[in-house]
Design a protein around this ligand. Structure first.
Ligand code: C5P
Length: 240
């Protein structure tokens, strides 16, 4: 079984490379996986990712690719070449695009003799609530049905799992089974503010419900004491 510390992914959504290095240094004994998102990648690029890999850290490259299948396949190859452990694409890009990403990662990994990264689908962003979803997408469909449909489509298209709100874990497990990887952002420790996350749960609740990984950003990197924040999260999970 996976240790609790392996289940936590810390989002490095920071604008300062020195701060990122310091943060990783402070957390490296506790945290194995860091998430690199669009802000970090746009500012600091692949070189910063290599720095994390040199520290034997695992990387979730959260760039949420969404483009024509050929372009996304090329991006998937590039992510595999970088040796990240997971990356994601928007399920809204469709089955052909997701399939192209999964195949490209598999072939590239075989070619290089490296592990294939997990390829994850983003269902509906966890910052979006039901009313906003129905208004913005001009639909009467329930958000949970959209999430469930996208998760099933992602699985059928060869993806390894999805990124979803913890509230959606039960439904996704029912549709996609126990082996499908579920990564849940939108978790907030009991002591933290929600920020602009909407469909939230605590880390302990998310893991109890069956999340394989939880992603936590602001409650850790914006904390005056990030190490203490991580330890408190582990304690909260263990207590549950
Ligand atoms: O700071 P916070 O804990 O809200 O960070 C959550 C992280 O997870 C952010 O980097 C955000 O981009 C990411 N994420 C998300 N919802 C998704 C996919 C990724 O919040 N559906």
């Amino acid at each position: 079984m996976m240790a609790i510390s392996e289940k936590l992914i810390v989002a490095l959504d920071v604008a300062n490379l020195n701060y990122a290095y310091r943060l990783v240094g402070q957390l490296e004994d506790f945290v194995q996986t860091f998430k690199i998102g669009s802000q970090f990648f746009t500012s600091f690029g692949p070189a910063a990712i290599r720095m994390l890999l040199e520290k034997q850290k695992r990387i979730f490259l959260d760039l949420k690719f969404h483009d024509i299948p050929n372009t996304v396949a090329c991006a998937a190859e590039a992510a595999t070449e970088l040796c990240v452990d997971m990356f994601n694409v928007h399920a809204a890009g469709g089955a052909a695009m997701m399939h192209a990403a999964a195949e490209a990662a598999k072939l590239k990994a075989e070619q290089l003799g490296v592990n294939k990264p997990l390829v994850l689908g983003v269902t509906v962003l966890t910052s979006i609530e039901e009313k906003q979803f129905q208004r913005d997408f001009e639909t009467t469909r329930k958000l949970i049905d959209q999430v469930s449909y996208f998760a099933e489509l992602a699985q059928r298209s060869g993806l390894d799992g999805v990124v979803a709100s913890p509230r959606e874990i039960d439904v996704i497990r029912k549709v996609c089974g126990g082996d499908f990887v579920i990564v849940t952002p939108s978790v907030r420790p009991v002591w933290a503010v929600k920020n602009n996350q909407r469909r939230v749960m605590t880390p302990a609740e998310a893991i109890e419900r069956g999340a394989n990984y939880i992603v936590v950003g602001r409650p850790i990197y914006a904390s005056p004491n990030p190490k203490e924040a991580v330890v408190k999260i582990f304690q909260e999970i263990e207590k549950a």
